[in-house]
Ligand binder design. Structure first.
Ligand code: ZN
Length: 171
């Protein structure tokens, strides 16, 4: 397992729409392991392929609390089937937008179909933090970031800040 470098805002890769994975082969399993390793190292509770520069529809999450047993979940080609009318608000962050947090409102519960690391189709219902985390990561597969769900003014401020920081680093 390898810890991969993270893609950071304003890298245009983050706006790319990821392609489906056709077969869960050894390469995909290695990718999933690398993504988990990278996520735990950061540390974060979710990571999409594009965040390590791989534009494929795969994400990993683990919303277990510190001290609890780890609950790694590998999600391939996810599709949200239903979203609840009830909404919930969580303060979100993103490994690609370090040290920035904002409240985001999303459906409180979702039903999702996906392929697991066993190569089989699964269906799950999620609510609470897991539902928010899954929606945040699925957004990444479509080139959408959590700052797209906040006000334009706040979003522009964040993008400006990270664009400036990236330029400073380049020098
Ligand atoms: Zn993110």
């Amino acid at each position: 397992m390898t810890i991969k470098p993270l893609i950071i805002l304003p890298d245009p890769l983050l706006r790319q729409v990821s392609k489906p994975i056709e077969q869960v082969d050894a390469d995909v399993l290695t990718l999933a392991d690398d993504m988990l390793e990278t996520m735990y190292d950061a540390p974060g509770i979710g990571l999409a392929g594009i965040q390590i520069g791989v534009a494929r529809r795969i994400l990993v999450v683990d919303v277990s609390r510190e001290g609890e047993e780890k609950q790694p979940l590998v999600v391939i080609n996810p599709q949200i089937l239903t979203s609840s009318d009830e909404r919930s608000v969580y303060e979100e962050g993103c490994l690609s937008i370090p040290d920035y947090y904002a409240e985001v409102e999303r459906p409180a519960a979702v039903t999702m179909e996906y392929i697991g690391r066993d190569g089989k189709q699964h269906r799950m219902e999620a609510d609470g933090l897991l539902a928010t985390c899954l929606q945040h990561e699925i957004d990444h597969l479509n080139g959408v970031l959590f700052i797209d769900h906040i006000s334009r003014l706040k979003r522009e401020m964040v993008i400006k800040k990270f664009t400036k920081a990236a330029k400073t680093k380049a020098i």
